[in-house]
Design a protein around this ligand. Structure first.
Ligand code: PLP
Ligand code: LYS
Length: 417
């Protein structure tokens, strides 16, 4: 059974109708399919097979505790970029020994916490970060496991905002500098080199850029081995794309098959940091049409979800499918699906052929990655609820925010004397 599918003309997530979810929990609501997350995680774990390594889900894609707990129960590792993400992993029952800590701006406090709980490694993104990590580890009387994130300068052929492996990007250490930086690691009694890491971008739909990056990392690994630094793992990051609109991204098994072929005969564990390819197509944003509005040359459907709920269309002109949850008797027309936020860029989709009526329920598909996690309270809108479906069961994994949530921590000031 598909995770999101039509049954008697109405859209369901696994064994629950989205209409029922809207009735029970209101709209806008993010709806997730447990089966989808499990299947996608297993695709990675199975493709890795008995090759040593870890699948570390990049939790920035969808960091809801319910979702993380599903993956932790399968034995997933996690890729984090902040202390907040680390606390989420721990709360969800994840194993800190399977956590890789990425990100260009780790604070000393974040490093301390990660050392305290024993993360697998730090993906170090600059020389100044390395110096800070060394002093934090020394101060704690411990040794920090280091994997340098190198920038292999390959073109990921994706949207410029989500391309990260070119030398003009802020991420990682230039690959030519890496041998000298590994020497600094080797010279320190508070640092230990355990791996090398790269992440060249997101929503990649071809295998070749990954393989180009891999080749460059393998050359570096060989060069380091000659000077006595033997690394235990290679981390290829995340980035595998999904189908939003006719893209044909490689299957996980083909991608990892090609990677493993290049690793044959080497004693090198493989670490992966997939985000989108695990969660994107396991989520939908359920929203209701508030008003229909016609201008001279446009039809607008004003819905109750907005750019604060899903920023991707406004930020990247991203396209996600928008479908009717239930049939309507209206004639199909071309609609711009827009939200209530006071921004011209507040749209979920443009020129969508749909048969719409006021009150109609719509679902924005492929919303399980970088949907809720990039949401905000802009225009003082309370953030959406999140519901996880498991067969015919529903779990409210995040309650809709209340007005109290909205102003938590704020205060007014007394009248001026
Ligand atoms: C360091 C790192 N790892 C993993 C990911 C996850 O990427 P994706 O969701 O494209 O798999 C990202 C985001 O692009 C990232 O910056
Ligand atoms: N947030 C982006 C991807 C950025 C990936 C984070 N490194 C998206 O929605 O496509």
């Amino acid at each position: 059974m598909n995770d999101f599918h039509y049954q008697q003309g109405s859209l369901w997530a696994e064994g629950v109708s989205l209409e029922q979810i809207a009735e029970q929990f209101g709209t806008p609501t993010y709806v997730y399919s447990r089966a989808h997350f499990e299947r996608q995680y297993r695709a990675y774990a199975d493709a890795l097979g008995d090759h040593p390594g870890m699948v570390c889900y990049a939790i920035k894609a969808n960091s809801n505790l319910g979702v993380l707990s599903v993956l932790a129960q399968l034995g997933a590792g996690f890729d984090i970029v902040s202390a907040g993400e680390l606390e989420r992993v721990l709360m969800a029952g994840g194993d800190p020994a399977k956590v890789v800590f990425s990100g260009v701006g780790k604070t000393a406090d974040e490093m301390r916490r990660a050392l305290e709980v024993g993360v697998h490694c730090f993906n170090v993104e600059s020389e100044s970060e390395l110096e800070r990590l060394e002093s934090v580890a020394a101060e704690m009387g411990t040794v920090a496991p280091v994997s340098l994130r190198v920038n292999p300068d390959v073109d990921a052929k994706t949207h410029p905002y989500i391309s990260t492996g070119l030398k003009e990007n802020k991420f990682g250490i230039a690959i030519e500098r890496a041998p000298d930086v590994y020497k600094k690691v080797a010279a320190s009694s508070s640092l230990e080199a355990v791996g090398v890491d790269c992440h060249i971008g997101s929503q990649l739909t071809e295998i070749n850029p990954f393989l180009d990056a891999l080749d460059r990392l393998l050359l570096l690994i060989d060069q380091l081995a000659e000077s006595g630094t033997v690394l235990q793992h290679l981390d290829l990051g995340g980035g595998l794309g999904v189908r939003y609109r006719g893209e044909e991204p490689p299957e996980v098994s083909d991608y990892l098959g090609a990677v493993k072929e290049k690793l044959e005969g080497r004693n090198l564990a493989l670490v992966l940091e997939p985000g989108r390819s695990i969660s994107a197509n396991g989520g939908a944003l359920l929203t209701r049409v508030e008003y229909l509005k016609h201008t001279e040359d446009h039809n607008f459907a004003i819905v109750d979800a907005a750019m604060n709920d899903n920023l991707r269309p406004a930020l990247y002109q991203a396209w996600q499918d928008i479908v009717a949850v239930t049939p309507s008797n209206a004639a199909p027309e071309s609609w711009d699906i827009v939200g209530p936020v006071c921004e011209t860029g507040d749209f979920l989709g443009k020129h969508r052929p749909l048969a719409l009526e006021q009150g109609q329920l719509l679902a924005m598909l492929s919303a399980g990655a970088y949907g809720f996690t990039m949401s905000s309270n802009y225009n003082s809108r309370t953030r959406a609820a999140e519901v996880l479906v498991d067969g015919d069961k529903t779990y409210l994994v995040r309650a809709r925010e209340s007005f109290t949530d909205l102003v938590r921590g704020e205060s007014t000031v007394p009248t001026k004397d």
